[in-house]
Design a binder for this molecule. Sequence first.
Ligand code: CTP
Length: 405
Amino acid sequence: MSLKDKNIVIGVCGSIAAYKIATLIRLLVKEQANVQVIMTPDAQHFITPLTLATLSKNPVHSTYFDEQSGTWHNHVDIGLNADLLLIAPATANTISKMANGGCDNLLLATYLSARCTVMFAPAMDLDMWLHPATQRNVSLLQTYGNVLIEPENGELASGLIGQGRLAEPEEILLRIQQFFTDDLPLKGKKALVSAGPTYEAIDPVRYIGNHSSGKMGYAIAERLVTLGADVTLVSGPTALQVSKNINRIDVQSAKDMLDACEQYFDNADIVVMSAAVADYTPTTVADQKIKKKEDHFQIELTKTVDILAHLGQKKAATQSLVGFALETNNELENALGKLKRKNLDFIVLNSMQDKGAGFAHDTNKITIINRDGNKNEFALKSKTEVAKDLCQVITKHQHTVNPSS
Ligand code: CTP
């Protein structure tokens, strides 16, 4: 009961996504939070105050004065009593008024009076979300210390596809739990993630590398942190940044990556190898820059250690070991072969035949296959959302094989 006795005020605005708040309130009440709902006048067109009052076990406020009971709803008291004010769904209109100090309803007056942390979860059409005015207002709110719960990508009420969907209730609950408590699903778990390419030196100025951007592995590392894990990210050369609470180890070659992974593997509960490791490395590295002479030039290469397979041999039953397979043909067969050969719990298959999947894109389309060969196919999504799907599977597995740690 991670939210016992926490006073959470939810401000609901006029968006079709308001229906999701019913589920969120149920989740919060299940965690024993005290939930007080305030609705903007427009919100009541989308979901009834009766539904939200019944679920929250508290009368819903929308106006300053309740004519029937003669009660005055004091926005200052509501704001002062709150441990958290969550505005969800936050529409472009309410976000604009919050950013600029507008105060034409009870929710906005409560927002201006509140001294607690404010979270806001926007929901709107993709063009409204991308409009510079909205983006400026969102940035302004963040400068006031308000916490953004990013809208997700997907199909919108307009039928358009893009960013703008209200975050799912489970995601909002997680963010609230993260704010109040340490009671996160992967609290106490250690995770090791590899990401990015490796560079195999030929001479002091040249190397063999690949086009991996590292985005998938970084998104996984960030998600594992959000879920409460203590994360070490072993990263090949990338242009990416990570949040401060990730232990990032920068490496260049496949050998460096192996050494770093070895160091952290035994203590890790969760191991996700998403790096694009070179399969071969120059047998010798020239001390000096190689001069051009002959018309033809050959470099002798030696196989690198397959880090994932090596770790698979040492894997304990309590560890969750996940590998990636990027395939161009016979995808399932090849991925299943790798899963067995490398002793993995899950293999994440990207097919190069899927548009928008694989290297350098911001999106990915994955199929997760488990030890029993069961397949779970996901739609094309942003890498951040792919990381959420994958980490949900990993969390479930970890709680099955290692419930106590
Ligand atoms: N991998 C690794 N160390 C290597 C090569 C690969 O840890 N030296 C890991 C990758 O991080 C990925 C998985 O193995 O999780 C699959 O890599 P991939 O190159 O697709 O598979 P290979 O086993 O190398 O097979 P092939 O190149 O024949 O497709």
